[in-house]
Design a protein around this ligand. Structure first.
Ligand code: GDD
Ligand code: MG
Length: 324
């Protein structure tokens, strides 16, 4: 099977960081969000096609410099085509069936087992579903016998949500769904296409354990915690010469001698945390500097952000090069 990964969104909810970097390249527990998604794919996947758009050249460059287990090809949109338009534009050579993955979700899922369930039910589509307390920010499924999806509502008003089981952004589709998407214009697969496919047999595949969409600052840090707790953050000890329990994921070139750490921290490449500084529950991107005796808590620091000596940054998202 091949996999189509949607990676063209603007990441508006993670601005200002996403003015400079697409959200899929923000590191969580030591590697970019995109790579956690690719980790979910079974190793016999033949090819991964990334449907890119916003900041496509940065994603291209990153993927070239950091090869994955799979051959990866990117197909960039010249204008945003939405999820369905992106599928149509990049899905030309997909396998039948194929995996369709959003690139901003983290999960515990056996995608090969999901593909087997898809084949066993002779489904047109099989969609991983996760139960949440508040389904409003998601696509929500109504389920019938055998978990057949009988209705699908994208971002419903509370009164219109048919259940609390939401589209986890990980699915398997027969290639023929691409024929249902009109070419050459923006299409939301969830809002425009899905409804018309349900009569042909689309089934839910319930995820038993963790899942999150990492597309907002709060959810991003929550997703990082889940990844660390599931052991997906590497060794997780604090960097050499630093104090604290961790888990901390230090990427190449990061240094933090004499600093101290709380829990759940990623230090991106070449980050410097100076002696006496303290970092807790945060993500610090490439080349960020936390000067002496400064404190960073519950924050996302974009590339080359500098937190001045003794300053405190809490609950903030700071864009590239910001000084705090
Ligand atoms: N190629 C391309 N072109 N990709 C896009 C575009 C586009 O114009 N717009 C968004 N994407 C990508 C995003 O990068 C992301 O990986 C995925 O499509 C979904 O877009 P989001 O903007 O993150 O959507 P959402 O989180 O509001 O909702 C989607 O995900 C939820 C689960 O996280 C929907 O699929 C919901 O139904 C679902 O519940
Ligand atoms: Mg999303």
């Amino acid at each position: 099977m091949k996999a189509l990964v949607l990676i063209g969104g603007f990441g508006t909810r993670l601005r200002p960081v996403t003015y400079a970097v697409p959200k899929q390249l923000i590191p969580l527990a030591g590697q970019p969000m995109l790579y956690h998604v690719l980790d979910l794919l079974p190793s016999d996947v033949e090819e991964v096609v990334l449907a890119t758009g916003y900041k496509a050249e940065l994603i291209d460059a990153y993927v070239r410099a950091h090869p994955t287990r799979f051959p990866v090809r990117t197909v960039a949109e010249t204008e945003p085509l939405g999820t369905g338009g992106g599928m149509k534009n990049a899905g030309g050579a997909m396998s039948d069936p194929f995996y369709l993955l959003n690139s901003d979700v983290i999960a515990q899922v056996d995608l090969a087992a999901m593909a087997r369930a898809h084949a066993a039910k002779r489904a047109l589509g099989t969609m991983a579903l996760f139960e949440v307390d508040d389904p409003r920010p998601y696509g929500v499924a109504a389920l019938g016998p055998e978990d057949r999806i009988t209705a699908f509502v994208e971002k419903p008003e509370p009164k219109d949500a048919p259940s609390r089981w939401i589209n986890a952004g990980l699915s398997v589709w027969d290639r023929s769904v691409l024929d249902a998407i009109p070419p050459g214009r923006a299409v939301s697969f969830e809002r425009e296409t899905m409804g018309g496919l349900l009569a042909r047999g689309v089934f839910g595949y319930r995820l038993p354990s963790f899942w999150d969409d990492a597309g907002t600052p709060e959810r991003l840090l929550h997703a990082q915690q889940l990844l660390f707790d599931a052991g997906r953050g590497g060794a997780g000890g604090v960097p050499p010469g630093a104090l604290g329990s961790g888990p901390v994921a230090a990427m190449p070139g990061a240094s933090a001698r004499g600093a101290s750490f709380g829990r759940y921290v990623t230090l991106g490449p070449n980050v410097i945390v100076e002696p006496g500084a303290h970092v807790d529950n945060s993500i610090l991107m490439d080349g960020a500097v936390v000067e002496r005796e400064a404190t960073v808590v519950g924050s996302l620091l974009g590339p080359k952000v500098r937190v001045g000596a003794g300053h405190r940054v809490q609950g903030q998202v700071l864009g590239e090069g910001a000084v705090a």
